[in-house]
Design a protein around this ligand. Structure first.
Ligand code: AMP
Ligand code: MG
Length: 467
């Protein structure tokens, strides 16, 4: 990842308007008492042609003041959607169906084309109340925003498909929350995502028995988001694409040691990008029972249960698609999930280990040996991958659990050398809960943003070493 990438052209889009009224409600943003820019992702901005400084005829230059207008006050972006749209969706929350949700504190307010010609949504979190807020205030805590920036930066560096945090603006309100010392500070976050179409978007249409809208949504997702030409079985093609992408995401979560925390169907994007970060944590060691959310009493979304949770979620998409297609071909695709997940997890583990794949069977054997050794040794996950990157395991008592891995690795070649200065640091860059809390404490106690910005820079540098 280059630090100063050549900016893309600014190419606004409005594709979402073609879906039509049943998919969203036009809403107004909240007006906030203050707008203090805390995080401006110039790297992500450049990929949609938004630049600081002068820019060129093809780009959209935004001063910090103009940035606050667009991403804190939600002045429409030139050429894109005229008014914010709160999206309608349902979802299974901890496996109970809830028809009473939707964008309760966010909306999509712009679309653009990225530097690889793909459609992107600019969506929000904490931008005010909507028809779906129920009893909620429509707001985001500043701590929640800081946590989302850290999660997305780390996941991007670890090669996990994720939404990207585009902007974080502190908004000067006092919020009351059960899970933070209150009153607590407020913020509005803008995220970039290749879509905000969730499994729950399909579930809502099935619930409404709206086959016409379902056909339109299938076409939108296949053509605009998956970049495919619809054939004779678009709903099956779409399902196949989503199963593959979600299986890959689950495999990448595992290799990253990431626990999302709330894998409800309304949080699962049909592009297979992870998004909507609440109580996330990275697992310090390979403990399949490690749980992120304090309210996940049964460990439904624990570290090692995430692949099963994702399988269950795509099954709900199959159920919804029954509105427009018969069951047997959906079941056939659904059954490919475990195999596709295992393949993706092995690829992701090898990637993080810094070795080139050989063949699927050998790679799976190496991945299995590796996860077994990590689980039995209790070696910190980040330490293991830091020491072993490139496929060379140190000798010593700490490494006896890894003898099988060592034997299998003798066939493997590094995919990248260790010449980047990151590998001379002595310790890995990680982002475990203690450090997240320390970064937040500096902000909460002293309004000191240095540890936060230093961490983002350190994560990006690790991303360069791994890329
Ligand atoms: P989440 O758990 O963040 O995916 O949200 C689940 C549902 O609750 C969605 O419909 C959200 O929009 C809604 N929601 C969560 N927090 C708030 C809030 N502070 N105000 C309004 N709606 C919220
Ligand atoms: Mg959500």
């Amino acid at each position: 990842m280059a630090e100063n990438p050549q900016p893309a052209r600014y190419r606004p889009r409005t594709d979402i308007l073609g879906l039509g009224d049943p998919f969203y409600d036009a809403v107004a943003p909240a007006s906030f008492p203050a707008h203090i820019l805390r995080f401006r992702n110039d790297h992500a901005a450049a990929q949609i042609g938004i630049v600081s400084g002068d820019g060129t005829a093809d780009t959209l230059p935004l001063t910090d003041e103009a940035w606050l207008d667009h991403f804190g006050r939600f002045a429409p972006l030139p050429g894109s959607i005229p008014q914010p749209l709160a999206l309608r969706y349902h979802g299974h929350q901890f496996q109970s169906y809830n028809p009473d949700i939707g964008d309760g504190r966010g909306f999509v307010f712009a679309q653009a084309t990225d530097d690889r010609d793909r459609l992107l949504d600019l969506g929000t979190k904490g931008s005010g109340q909507t028809p779906y807020s129920r009893f909620g205030d429509g707001r985001l805590t500043l701590k929640g925003g800081v946590r989302e920036v850290l999660a997305t930066e780390m996941l991007e560096a670890l090669n996990v498909p994720t939404s990207r945090s585009f902007s974080l603006i502190e908004t000067g309100e006092e919020l009351v929350r059960g899970d933070e010392p209150s009153p607590t500070r407020s913020a509005v976050l803008v995220r970039l995502n290749h879509s905000h179409v969730r499994i729950g978007t399909f579930q809502r249409l099935a619930y409404e028995r709206d086959a016409d809208a379902m056909h339109r949504l299938v076409d939108y997702v296949l053509t605009r988001l998956h970049g495919r030409t619809p054939g004779s079985t678009p709903a099956i093609d779409l399902f196949d694409e989503v199963v593959g992408r979600v299986a890959t995401l689950a495999g990448r979560f595992m290799a990253a040691g990431f626990v999302h925390g709330v894998l409800n169907t309304d949080n699962i994007n049909v592009t297979g990008e992870s998004f909507d970060y609440g109580p996330w944590r990275f697992a310090p060691i390979w403990d399949v029972g490690f749980t992120a959310a304090y309210f996940d009493h049964h460990g439904l979304y624990a570290f090692g249960r995430q692949p099963d949770a994702m399988h269950w979620n795509v099954m709900q998409l199959a159920v919804a698609l029954r509105t427009v297609v018969d069951a047997p071909p959906l079941i056939e695709v659904l059954e490919t999930f475990p195999e596709r997940h295992a393949t993706a997890a092995a690829e992701a583990l090898l990637w993080r280990l810094g070795v080139r794949p050989i063949d699927p069977a050998s790679d799976r054997a190496l991945a299995d040996a590796l996860t077994t050794a990590l689980a039995t040794s209790h070696m910190p996950i980040d330490d293991f991958f830091f020491e072993a990157f490139g496929g060379w395991l140190p000798e010593g008592d700490d490494w006896t659990a890894f003898e099988n891995v060592r034997a299998l690795l003798s066939e493997y070649r590094p995919r990248r050398d260790r010449s980047h200065s990151y590998w001379s640091d002595g310790t890995p860059c990680s982002i475990l809960i203690g450090e997240v809390e320390a970064i937040w404490a500096a902000i909460a106690e002293r309004d000191d943003w240095t540890p936060f910005h230093e961490k983002v820079a350190a994560i990006r540098r690790m991303g360069q070493a791994l890329a």
